[in-house]
Design a protein around this ligand. Structure first.
Ligand code: R5P
Length: 291
């Protein structure tokens, strides 16, 4: 039974202070429910509005990728330094410490291996299992212009429907087939379609004129790192993407295949969260790598 409030303290209603309605910090995300916003705020740093996600889900279609042969050895020491971890549920359960405070973006599509037509994916995770693993978002590959374009779009829209019931954001990932031209026109087409169909944020590749991609996409866009580049070039790409309106990076190979992965992750964070120039970030990388 509730107790009576017998306090002698005078009640204070702060009648001169109107209650504030705060806009949510993330582009296009103000109209979501509390749970969805809270999950997004675990991925994107509310102070900078950006994220540095560490991607190590590559095994879902290409097996033991270089640098990911032993995730326990190579990735676990890096994990505390990322904002979010992007991986499959198999790796999450088998190799990632459940006491981690990091948010997880879980790979939720799959099917074909590198030996087959990659666009022929299906949804690979049930939303209940994603909830059970306390993820902050799920990720689905969408192959605009690919052979199984409609199937992969349908995978995403079904995931959006099931995840919206529980306030789980869906990360739409634009997958570019070898036969498609990776330019701003194509990337704008793909990112806009994914946003229109319900993705809460989008991962794509950096291309010249990227500001036209971010301007025409109503939700946050982050970039994948792509194939391993020289560290200075990867840092320049991150800088250019942020300057063109990207909300962060989801970087894998350019971190875990670097000569000095932790130094590279630290340098990327400086570019994304602290507006450091690519040149200064590269100097920092070299200094940390040589310690
Ligand atoms: C592809 O395998 C995954 O979606 C990766 O998470 C994504 O490509 C980011 O990794 P990377 O920076 O190595 O391209």
């Amino acid at each position: 039974m509730a107790e009576h409030d017998l306090s002698q303290l005078e009640k204070q209603y702060y009648l001169d202070i109107p209650q504030q309605n705060q806009a949510f910090f993330l582009k296009g995300s103000n109209n979501y429910d509390w749970g969805m916003k809270n999950r997004l705020a675990r991925i994107f740093n509310p102070a900078s509005g950006k994220t540095v996600m560490l991607a190590f889900d590559h095994g879902y279609f290409q097996g033991p990728t270089s640098g990911l042969e032993r995730i326990d050895v190579t990735i676990n020491p890096l994990a505390p330094h990322a904002d979010a971890l992007m991986c499959t549920r198999g790796v999450l359960r088998s190799l990632i410490d459940p006491s981690t405070q990091k948010s997880v973006v879980m790979r939720a599509s799959g099917g074909p291996s590198i030996l087959k037509e990659l666009s022929d994916e299906r949804i690979a995770v049930d939303v209940e299992d994603a909830l059970r693993m306390n993820v902050s978002a799920v990720a689905v590959q969408v192959f605009i212009g690919g052979e199984f374009e409609t199937q992969s779009v349908h995978n995403m829209t079904r995931l959006v429907d099931s995840c919206n019931r529980y306030g789980i954001p869906v990360l739409g990932v634009t997958a570019v087939g070898a036969q498609l031209t990776r330019d701003a026109r194509y990337i704008s087409l793909a990112t806009r379609i994914l946003a229109e169909l319900g993705a809460a944020f989008i991962k794509t590749y950096y291309v010249p004129d990227f500001e036209t991609v971010t301007a025409s996409c109503p939700v946050p866009v982050i970039i994948a790192g792509g194939k391993k580049l020289a560290e200075v070039d990867a840092l320049k790409m991150a800088r250019n993407a942020i300057d063109a309106g990207a909300a962060g990076v989801d970087m894998g190979r350019n971190i875990f295949q670097s000569e000095a992965p932790l130094a590279m992750l630290t340098a990327v964070r400086k570019v994304v969260h602290e507006n450091m120039s690519a040149e200064h970030a590269f100097e920092l990388y070299q200094e940390l790598a040589n310690r």
